[in-house]
Design a protein around this ligand. Structure first.
Ligand code: TLP
Length: 367
């Protein structure tokens, strides 16, 4: 991932602005979206109260709506997806246990070692070719039979869509087996559904078919759905009650958070309707990229709003490509030495994707 500030102490966007460059085609993430006019209006007029007292009517409405949509008893508004995941890890496990997850998950790579620091658990990452965690892959990694030598498996985490694997969708057929087998063994399963609405849209299935059976679900309002801040944790009443306590431990009691929840409500109701457009744009980027020198990418495998392309065969490494793209007003993220990620969202339309492809070709083919 790129550093936040340039050597001049400015953000990448500020630096471009000082060079008089028109706003960047920002494909670093779907987290970069600005709230829509409708969201800003809703924020302006939001009714608020102190949410730590449970008195913010807009937060309460958002939590009720999320619970309704996911057909669960309760939901909790949290400041970030990371906090939602970490609360779930804390509540499902005991210190000294192990959490099984796919090797490229956000939980393992991008949550600051917090599962160890906050919950005292270790992660057991499982490498897969596709990012889809199947029962066949999880079974050999479970530690349930030897209490005197091994850390017991306390939780399994599934990420859907799988971000670093390229926005890959995990279909219900895969999770159904996994959930059934885990249930039989008494091992809970948490869904990191940061982009679960993208998965549902890509599969053309009701959201609930992708989320039923998980012991808890986290999803983000602040990614493809377009809200400025916030994620939701959904689950059983008692779980969410305990989650509220852990959120407070983490400093996540947000007082007049209705200002943010108002935007979150717009994101929840309106956001999913336009995700197909982001998926089309990602496919369009992937198809163009697949024809470029040194790029390995199966464009047909791009299912949602994330494109990860491989530069192992290129003369350039990922950091170089990202730096050169920035000079051409296109922002992307390097995941590691050989992989670059592009993410489409509501603030980049087809024309801006065409501009990005033009810059990508110029950089990758030294035009
Ligand atoms: N992902 C962000 C960065 O942290 C990498 C991004 O730009 O994609 N789960 C998944 C699958 C995520 O992709 C993310 C954020 C999170 C959890 C955490 O959400 P936040 O950023 O709200 O803490």
């Amino acid at each position: 991932m790129r550093g936040r500030f340039s050597p001049k102490g400015m953000t990448e966007v500020e630096e471009m602005e000082t060079r008089g460059v028109r706003s960047a085609v920002d494909l670093r993430s779907d987290t970069v979206t600005r709230p829509s006019a409708e969201m800003r209006r809703a924020m302006m007029s939001a009714e608020v109260g102190d949410d730590v007292y449970g008195e913010d009517p807009t937060v309460n409405r958002l939590e009720q709506r999320a619970a309704e949509i996911f057909q669960r008893p309760a939901a909790l508004f949290v400041p970030s997806g990371t906090m939602g995941n970490q609360i779930a890890v804390r509540l499902h496990t005991e210190p000294g246990q192990e959490v099984v997850c796919e090797a490229r998950t956000h939980l393992f790579n991008l949550e600051m070692g917090m599962a160890a620091a906050f919950s005292g658990v270790q992660l057991r990452p499982i490498a897969t070719a596709t990012g889809r965690l199947t029962w066949g892959a999880v079974e050999p990694a479970l530690r349930l039979a030897d209490p005197y030598n091994t850390a017991r498996t306390g939780l399994v985490v599934v990420e859907n869509t799988h971000n670093w694997a390229g926005g890959v969708v995990v279909p219900p057929a895969v999770t159904r087996d996994l959930l059934r087998e885990l249930k039989q063994r008494g091992v809970p399963c948490h869904l990191d559904g940061a982009r679960i609405f993208n998965a549902a849209v890509a599969l053309g299935l009701p959201l609930i078919e992708l989320t039923a059976g998980f012991d808890s679900v986290m999803f983000c309002l602040s990614k493809g759905l377009g809200a400025p801040v916030g994620s939701m944790l959904v689950g059983e009443q008692d779980f969410i009650h305990r989650a509220r306590v852990v959120r407070k431990m983490l400093g996540g009691g947000m007082r007049q958070a209705g200002i943010l929840a108002a935007a979150g409500l717009v994101a929840l109701e309106k956001g999913p309707q336009r995700l197909a457009e982001d998926h089309d744009n990602a496919r369009y980027l992937a198809q163009g990229l697949a024809t470029m020198a040194g790029v390995s990418l199966d464009a047909a495998a791009v299912e949602t709003n994330i494109v990860v392309f491989d530069l192992t065969q290129s003369e350039f490494d990922a950091a170089h490509v990202v730096a050169k793209l920035a000079e051409r007003n296109v922002l992307a993220n390097a995941l590691d030495r050989h992989h670059v990620r592009l993410v489409t969202h509501c603030d980049v339309d087809r024309t801006r994707c065409e501009e990005a492809l033009f810059a990508l070709r110029a950089v990758l083919e030294r035009e």
